[in-house]
Design a protein around this ligand. Sequence first.
Ligand code: ARG
Length: 340
Amino acid sequence: MTAILFSETSPALVKKHLSPDLYQRLRHLKTHSGFTLEKAIRSGIRNPDSSIGIYAGDAESYQVFSPVFDPIIHEYHHFPEGEAHVSDFTVPDLPLMDPEGKYILSTRIRVARNLKDYEFSPQISLSHRKKLEETVIKAMGELKEDLGGEYMSLKNIETNPGQPIKRDILVFTKGDRFQDAAGINSDFPEGRGVFYSLDRQLMVWVNEEDHLRIMSLERSSDLSAVFRRLGRALQVLETRLDFAWDKTYGYLTSCPTNLGTAMRAGVHIRLEKLDRNREILNTLAREYHLQIRGTRGEKTKVEEAVFDVSNSRRLGITETAIIQNLHKGIAALIKAEENL
Ligand code: ARG
């Protein structure tokens, strides 16, 4: 049965872990919001080049469809069975990664969060999206001083291109074909928007792949400062919003790749010599658990030797450990670049 569902050449983890028997066993199940296996795997079926190919429609999906989610999560995250995920936002006092500003253009950390009482992006209705947006706008109103800012709905930006903001940085775009097939683009651009602090160092995307994508960023290599700002913003938001959390899988996200800390911490870094010595770069990346992506993020090309380098581990590791490991990994990359 799955051979018929998925293209024969598909490398997707969902194809590997959803046996015909399992498919038969799960196909009639539904979560309380009505999410089904068929919806969960639609993106993997329509996009044979998916590497994962499955999304959750709500927090409950991870329980109802656990026979397929669990092995995918264990394989993707190398996460041992039966372990609990622990969160820790202690800010380590780290020296600047690139004190002379020779390589690092910017440093950015994002976390994904979903509200436990709403369907996730692949399953949410228009009215719930709008209600969720209202709730989040109110919560973000509690961000004060340097964290304070304004919210702009995507609809207004779309119809008002004269807005004095840099669209490409501040605004998320309609999701790619993977997200589209998953249902994440439903009713676009309704119910979506971006919050940004006046200094533009804190940003929140509302109703993208996850309900919230909270980002802290600056044009420096001060990882501790970027992490501290993110932790402060989260503390404020947590007083108003109830995030979906599971003791095994940590923060629940619509895509199983983001579970756990739901955090990606990284830099934009220019590495001209390593760009010409990709084997060395890839070896270091493996050794330090770094993911190397193109200049503009996921599934993009490297332009002018500028790489997006971030943590590859997110589940079964604390936020603090991710930051410390990234710091070490980036130091190793810079050292290799200087030695070449
Ligand atoms: N569903 C896509 C795939 O399986 C993307 C997975 C990770 N990316 C993401 N934005 N969640 O390849």
